[in-house]
Design a binder for this molecule. Structure first.
Ligand SMILES: [Zn+2]
Length: 258
């Protein structure tokens, strides 16, 4: 192995902050989820009312989810519903679409995926239409090093557990899957991780697309450097990103917590 192949350390192995700015409010799980919807809508990740975020806390079979019919930008904590592992609504005042099976089957297959986020952000959808994953041309793209999957054909609407299981098998355990002619699935061990991956993949795809437009070859990054940066982004940046997103979302409209 050459020196260039050695993984450079990153994350908490290199530096742990002595203090980080808090959200400033104690959030229930439903409140945190409502904040996540509002934030991702605010940064352009959501195609109006499409898509879901599910959160299945460790050791539970039930999961929190958004209902059918409300846009991500208008959700409040009291709109959040609870479904069981087979996608039946067990609590909440609204209904949930069969598309939720993507999430129930992913949670079932992936014990590490406690939060699953799916929607159709514009630049992800653009590269998906071109049948390509984004080239990682900037250090923040290191978040997806060896953790990207492209599902290269579209098989129509996911409306059953069986169709969802097939799709989940094709995502191959990656935390970020781009679906041809459809959108993206981001997973995380925590809400912060999944939200950070979601926000970041849209920016990564936008940058990659604009680099493609120039027709020029982007500057390469060393794999060893990217590995260290990946650890820093996951261990250090995700929680801080989430706290800031939550502070700003709550400040913009406190009714998100209702
Ligand atoms: Zn979708």
């Amino acid at each position: 192995m050459s020196a260039a192949d050695l993984t450079r350390p990153g994350g908490s192995a290199v530096w742990v902050p002595s203090v980080v700015p808090p959200i400033g409010v104690e959030l229930s799980d439903a409140q945190a989820l409502a904040v996540a919807f509002r934030h991702l809508a605010e940064i352009g990740f959501a195609e109006n009312m499409a898509g879901h975020i599910t959160w299945q806390p460790n050791g539970q079979t039930e999961m929190l989810v958004n209902p059918w019919g409300l846009w991500w930008a208008e959700l409040t904590a009291s709109d959040i519903c609870t479904v069981d592992e087979n996608a039946r609504v067990v609590r909440g005042r609204w209904d949930v679409t069969p598309a939720i099976h993507i999430h129930t089957e992913l949670h079932r297959a992936r014990p590490d995926a406690r939060v699953v986020i799916h929607n159709h952000p514009y630049y992800v959808s653009l590269l998906a239409a071109l049948q390509t994953l984004p080239e990682l041309v900037h250090q923040t793209g290191s978040l997806f090093l060896d953790d990207l999957c492209f599902v290269d054909s579209y098989d129509g609407e996911i409306d059953s557990a069986a169709r969802a299981r097939e799709l989940v098998e094709r995502t191959g355990g990656a935390n970020l899957a781009i679906l041809a002619s459809h959108g993206v699935i981001a997973t995380g061990r925590t809400l912060a991780e999944a939200v950070y991956r979601s926000a970041t993949i849209e920016r990564v795809c936008k940058l990659a697309y604009h680099v493609m437009l120039t027709g020029r070859t982007p500057s390469p990054m060393k794999r060893s450097d990217m590995a260290g940066m990946q650890a820093s982004l996951i261990e250090r940046a995700a929680d801080v990103y989430w706290a800031g997103a939550a502070r700003m979302t709550i400040k913009a409209d406190r009714r998100v917590l209702d």
